[in-house]
Design a protein around this ligand. Structure first.
Ligand code: NDP
Length: 276
């Protein structure tokens, strides 16, 4: 009997990740013989951890906070969307070569437009945070042709650098949390900060929320995240957590690794989750 093909997720922290459960459900559903593990890798340690996994015969990895930029630098080849993002959340290990992809943006857009039936064309979008996740979602969100995207970040130069990088047809602007324009009716606010991972609640811009605003936290939990509670408290039309994105981006990774597309709806149902 041959050993199952090995996959995993590397991040720091990583213990909270639900990716192993999701990939096990995908594997059962599509009858793939594979193993998927949580691998905690401290900041600065990605290169040696990936090489070790590669030497042990590993076939592919998900890469999460804070390693997505480093993963893009160490990949031998990048997909177009990973190159644009400058961030990799999926590595395919093939013939000693590392192929890097970024499935975060496709996962978010799939969840917003297909599962949640939101129209992004013509929308005013506010993104909070300017880290690896924002780099991954910005290109795919722009491709949906919103009216504009504003990126608010605690560290303004990071948001400014992203704006420079993503100059295209859709206007993308940057500001600090306290300078989010008050005269824009936001259709969608995406929280892409990792504040809740550290148990912190930044000064989210409450004037940006109205009863027409859908708030989407990339973070997720069995209980509402601090951002999703904040959004509900401030009268958002809907307050969603990133479970759908998590399952959709995982399905994209799974398809890259195994060549089969799992059914995401049943897996979301099996996780027995509900947005607040
Ligand atoms: P990064 O570490 O790359 O970036 C973190 C961002 O959060 C930065 O903009 C940082 O601001 C900001 N931030 C952190 N703490 C605070 C704070 N206390 N106050 C204000 N801002 C803060 O993380 P990622 O971009 O990779 O991930 C962001 C989040 O998205 C994580 O929670 C991750 O789990 C989630 N995620 C979910 C996915 C899903 O499938 N649902 C997929 C990908 C990510 P600054 O620049 O000032 O440091």
């Amino acid at each position: 009997m041959t050993a199952p093909d090995r996959y995993g997720v590397m991040g720091y922290p990583v213990a909270h990740s639900r990716s192993p459960v999701i990939h096990r459900l995908f594997a059962l559903q599509t009858e793939q013989d594979m193993q998927y593990d949580l691998i905690q890798v401290e900041p600065g340690g990605l290169d040696s951890a990936v090489r070790q996994f590669q030497r042990a015969g590993g076939k592919g990895l998900n890469i999460t906070t804070p390693h997505k930029g480093d993963a893009a630098l160490m990949a031998d080849e990048l997909s177009d969307r990973a190159r644009v993002a400058g961030a990799v959340n999926t590595l395919l290990i093939k013939d000693d070569e590392l192929f890097g992809d970024n499935t975060d943006g496709a996962g978010l857009v799939q969840d917003l437009t297909q599962n949640e039936e939101l129209e992004l064309q013509g929308a005013n979008i506010l993104i909070l945070g300017a880290g690896g996740a924002t780099r991954g979602i910005l290109g795919p969100l722009c491709a949906e042709k919103p009216t504009q995207i504003i990126i608010a970040n605690r560290t303004l130069p990071k948001a400014e650098a992203l704006v420079m990088h993503f100059s295209g047809e859709v206007p993308v602007k940057s500001c600090r949390f306290q300078n989010v324009p008050r005269d824009v009716e936001f259709d969608l606010i995406v929280n892409a900060t990792s504040a809740s991972l550290q148990g912190e609640t930044p000064p989210y811009p409450k004037t940006a929320v109205s009863d027409k605003t859908v708030c989407y936290d990339l973070s997720y939990g069995l209980a509402p995240t601090p951002f999703s509670s904040w959004a509900a408290r401030h009268g958002a039309a809907r307050s969603l957590m990133g479970w759908g994105m998590l399952v959709e981006q995982a399905a994209e990774s799974f398809e890259l690794w195994r060549g089969v597309r799992p059914d995401t709806e049943s897996v979301l149902g099996q996780l027995n989750l509900s947005a607040s």
